[in-house]
Design a protein around this ligand. Structure first.
Ligand code: RIB
Length: 303
């Protein structure tokens, strides 16, 4: 069944520099290559979910500029419903400066711009579709007050909330109880729980922290090592296939988008996590976030 997925979050223009190494403080380095690509965690996750077969609507805010229009074009091409992508006429659209080193690792600085202005009244305006969502996918590149309002507003509905705590921001205790599935990476998990993940046992301890706070299900992404899942009934680790890494930017976004799709298809947890790992593994083989986001047919032919 193709359940309605709502993604709420950021839209950015990514300025991507491919360099040998990251510059040290005070150093100027030359980039080997440069690209301007549509990005933003929210927009990336919406596109990932839609390309993988989800029925996706996106709630976001852009500036009245070319950057924002460029992002809308990409979202439309990927069949994401943008009826609730609002435009602020004063602010600029979000921008991210992304450095990719030779190992495919990235370093990102983001200027939120209009993303910070996605307000509680925008959420109220979009409430008809939020109330009807089967799955709501949220990250933290928008104002935390808007995220809090959203969690409170939708709390009474039947929606399953997937919460990707990226970039890291400390959460109030009450927020955890609203979350159906939390998806931190290792460093976000450590910042939220205080537990450093060094192996499966410590991943399990970190997952317990979230479960004890009231989250129903936990997936901790482990980069090239795959992902760890835990809820009250089961826990397991699924490793990732070894592949040549070109750029890891947006791999977490593809993972989250894929989780939303698989969750809507009533797969079991192992199948859901395997599907998300397969999708994100494909995405690290290409440059960029949305440019590397796979279509459903690619997952089938890769597995
Ligand atoms: O997760 C990757 C995204 O983070 C990039 O597209 C960039 O816009 C930053 O927000």
């Amino acid at each position: 069944m193709n359940k309605k997925i709502i993604v709420i979050g950021s839209t950015n223009l990514d300025l991507v520099f491919q360099t040998e190494n990251f510059p040290k403080p005070g150093e100027t380095i030359k980039s080997k290559d440069f690209s301007m690509l549509s990005g933003g965690k929210g927009s990336n996750q919406a596109i990932a979910a839609s390309r993988l077969g989800g029925n996706v609507s996106f709630i976001s805010k852009i500036g009245n500029d070319d950057f924002g229009q460029r992002s809308i074009k990409e979202l439309n091409l990927s069949k994401v419903n943008c009826d609730y992508v609002f435009t602020d006429h004063e602010a600029v659209s979000g921008v991210a400066v992304i450095l990719i080193n030779e190992k495919g690792e990235n370093s990102i600085v983001m200027a939120p711009g209009a993303n910070n202005l996605l307000s509680v009244s925008d959420i109220d305006n979009a409430s008809p579709i939020i109330k009807n969502a089967a799955i709501i996918l949220i990250q933290l590149e928008i104002s935390i007050d808007t995220v809090k309002y959203l969690l409170k507003t939708v709390a009474s509905s039947e929606s399953k909330i997937i919460f990707n705590p990226a970039p890291m921001h400390l959460l109030d205790d009450w927020m955890y109880a609203k979350i159906y599935l939390i998806t931190p990476n290792e460093s976000e998990s450590e910042s939220l729980t205080g537990i450093k993940i060094t192996d499966i046992e410590t991943a399990s301890q970190a997952a317990d922290y979230f479960l004890n706070k009231g989250v129903k299900n936990v997936v901790i992404t482990l980069g090239a090592k795959g992902a760890f899942f835990k809820n009250k009934d089961e826990e397991f680790h699924i490793p990732a296939k070894k592949v040549k890494v070109v750029d890891t930017t947006g791999a977490g976004d593809v993972f989250n988008g894929a989780l939303a799709v698989a969750l809507g298809e009533s797969k079991n947890w192992r199948e859901i996590i395997k599907f998300a790992i397969a999708a994100s593994t494909i995405s690290v083989g290409k440059l960029g976030a949305q440019t590397a986001s796979p279509y459903r047919s690619e997952i089938i032919s890769n597995n």
